[in-house]
Design a protein around this ligand. Structure first.
Ligand code: SAH
Length: 226
């Protein structure tokens, strides 16, 4: 770890309460600059959210680390992520669990994310284009589920249903323009879920369905490629 910007970011994350050394090590090992457009490369190791195209953002490293830490991951687990975006959060998860399943509704973003996984030889991430609010029934149940887009009120029922017993779901809740809070659900039994509020956050909204007409030809992929 020679890059002073990287060292500064890791120190900053420690100071803001990221104590899980496995999470810090994943942040150190995954090149965040690879997941953002070239115009923002000089800010890749700052603790800030950055645009990734199509009005979406890559979360700030603190939020990625905080959500990951609160997932309490083990290397045998299967994890579902809603909102692949750039693929950065999935890449972090991939270092800490057995397999990551990730769903993105914008096909061009998914395409770039898959290229990023392949460039970085990350082979335990399976990504699909779809509506993550429905979860991924064929692969359920999941030990952990993380949504990187905000539910307006309650989590989509499918996500709670597709959690294994003992499993943890981390999801931001609250509509746009309203205060959002990061919430942690744990499935205690078939019927019982415990719920805990974590910290105030700001995420893009979870939107239903796959947008029509955003085929590759509509979008300048060069603009999206890191
Ligand atoms: N985890 C991403 C951050 C992405 S921002 C990263 O590390 O870069 C949130 C993403 O959620 C956006 O790309 C948005 O398109 C996606 N999204 C919103 N609603 C969705 C849904 N219903 N299903 C799948 N993806 C969704």
């Amino acid at each position: 770890m020679s890059d002073p910007r990287k060292i500064r970011l890791i120190m900053h994350l420690r100071q803001t309460g990221i104590t899980d050394t496995n999470v810090l090590s994943a942040i150190e090992r995954v090149p965040r600059d690879h997941f953002i457009p070239p115009a923002f490369h000089d800010r890749a190791w700052e603790d800030e959210a950055l645009p990734i195209g199509l009005g979406q953002t890559i979360s700030q490293p603190f939020i990625v680390s905080y959500m990951t830490q609160n997932l309490e991951l083990h290397d045998r687990q299967r994890v579902l992520e809603i909102g692949t975006g750039s693929g950065y959060q999935a890449a972090i998860l991939s270092k800490l669990c057995r397999r990551v399943y990730t769903i993105e509704r914008h096909r061009p973003l998914l395409h770039v994310a898959e290229q990023n996984f392949s460039d970085l030889k990350i082979r335990n991430v399976t990504a699909i284009c779809g509506d993550g609010m429905k979860g991924w029934a064929e692969q359920a149940p999941f030990d952990r589920i993380i949504s990187t887009a905000a539910a307006s009120d309650e989590p989509p029922p499918a996500l709670l249903e597709q959690l294994s017993i003992g499993g943890i779901l981390i999801i931001p809740v609250g509509g746009q323009g309203q205060a959002q809070i990061l919430r942690r659900y744990q499935r205690e039994s078939e019927e019982v879920y415990s719920k805990r509020d974590l910290i105030p956050v700001r995420f893009v909204p979870l939107l239903p369905d796959v947008p029509r007409g955003n085929s590759y030809s509509d979008i300048d992929l060069q603009e999206l490629r890191a």
